[in-house]
Design a protein around this ligand. Structure first.
Ligand SMILES: NC(=O)c1ccc[n+]([C@@H]2O[C@H](COP(=O)([O-])OP(=O)(O)OC[C@H]3O[C@@H](n4cnc5c(N)ncnc54)[C@H](OP(=O)(O)O)[C@@H]3O)[C@@H](O)[C@H]2O)c1
Length: 373
């Protein structure tokens, strides 16, 4: 498929910005609930305050680990008032990390190879284990079902640092390489999630389907109910990430719901079940959507259109992770909790959803479909 489609999909996998969610977590509360492990780890989380990070922090605290955060202090900076937070910008320097040491580092904020190289170089002598959060966008091609051995994307100019929908995946692949150069393969874990879903998602890509269903009425659903999709619940990813730290699980793992199981029809059923809304689905096939000119597939986040270049995009094998203990909760639970979280957000946020078809375009599409029939 064309570059535009590639950009759309890559954009779909790119997380941008962050919003506040949840109440501040006090260490005393976390410790009271702690199921202390035989070994309490000192864990440094680079980027612990965005979407994925807080879930990992909570999971680590629950298990009695000692967590340090490193970030710029811009995102959700009141979320973990009791944790040691080292303030710094990966683009400017890592001085705040000096004079410390950790058992494990979890890198959630590595998008630029130079940043990842610098942090890995500095941390290699003072940290035993590096867990790098990558993405399935790092693969060179999503045309066929794949596992962790599939070739990775390459960037023609390795000095590029601008993260765009085009460069995101190849840059993440290069970041993986940079951290491997510093840590070696025996102290490194690379996790490659697909679309991450659940409470706190600032991208609204999965949330869109639920939030739109809540509004009721006729709703456009693209493709067919059989179309395969893949996500991972942010809490399952967090739990697996902390398992990787706890059990020192080394290697590269796709973190996804099982390939070929979750479909658009399931997403529809989940959406109806957890919202109780009177939404009427109107399925529209890809050819019809494509023929509309001003409506492209980016209006339908998570859905994979029937295009050969992306035929394997929802068939990424997560078997290797499952063998190491990744557990995927029923998607209905993800849907239920995402809606519960969405309902806690202020109206100025929920009225400005960040992904999906606009109501105006949807109305237009429904009108055109009716006159087309
Ligand atoms: N979200 C998804 O669906 C998805 C899918 C696949 C892979 N991933 C990967 O998962 C990781 C985490 O994604 P996310 O959505 O949780 O990210 P996010 O919400 O954007 O969180 C970014 C975190 O990094 C910190 N940060 C950002 N820039 C920084 C800088 N220059 N220096 C220091 N700290 C910085 C932020 O805090 P401050 O702003 O305070 O610095 C925040 O804590 C990413 O590596 C992404 O590639 C995400």
């Amino acid at each position: 498929m064309d570059t535009k489609r590639r950009q759309i999909l890559k954009a779909g996998l790119l997380g941008t910005g962050a919003i506040a969610f949840g109440s501040p977590i006090h260490l005393s509360t976390a410790k009271n609930n702690a199921k202390l492990n035989s070994k309490s780890l000192r864990i440094l989380i680079l980027g612990g305050t965005g979407f994925l990070g807080p879930h990992m922090v909570r999971e680590a605290l629950k298990r009695g680990h000692d967590v340090t955060l490193f970030n710029r202090g811009r995102t959700n900076n009141a979320l973990f008032p009791d944790l040691l937070t080292l303030i710094g910008d990966r683009n400017k320097g890592l001085d705040a990390l000096l004079g410390h040491n950790w058992d494990v580092v979890i890198d959630n904020s590595g998008y630029v190879p130079r940043h990842v190289k610098d942090s890995a170089r500095l941390l290699a002598p003072i940290t035993s284990h590096y867990i790098y959060t990558s993405t399935v966008s790092a693969y060179a091609s999503l045309a066929k079902p794949l596992n962790e051995d599939a070739p990775l994307a390459k960037i023609a100019d390795e000095s590029i640092e601008t993260v765009t929908p085009e460069t995101y995946g190849p840059l993440k692949a290069l970041c993986e390489k940079k951290v491997a150069e510093e840590f070696g393969e025996n102290r490194l874990s690379i996790l490659r999630p697909t679309y991450v879903a659940g409470p706190g998602d600032h991208t609204d890509r999965y949330t869109y389907w639920l939030a739109r269903t809540l509004l009721g009425g006729e709703m456009v659903w693209p493709g067919s109910p059989e179309d395969m999709i893949q996500i991972i619940d942010v809490r399952d990813l967090a739990k697996f990430t902390i398992d990787v730290a706890d059990k020192n699980i080394i290697g590269t793992y796709n973190t996804v719901t099982p390939a070929g199981v979750f479909t658009m029809g399931d997403l529809l059923n989940d959406s109806l079940a957890v919202t109780g809304a009177e939404m009427v689905p109107v399925w529209m096939d890809y050819e019809f959507i494509q023929a509309q000119g001003n409506i492209d597939e980016s209006a339908f986040p998570i859905w994979i259109p029937p295009i050969s270049e992306y035929a394997g995009a929802a068939q990424v094998s997560g078997e290797k992770s499952v063998a190491q203990g990744l557990w995927n909760r029923p998607t209905r639970e993800t849907a239920r909790d995402t809606v519960a979280w969405w309902r806690t957000l202020p109206s100025e946020r929920t009225e400005n959803i960040r992904a999906g078809l606009s109501l105006q375009l949807e109305k237009e599409l429904l009108k055109r479909k009716t006159s087309f029939q």
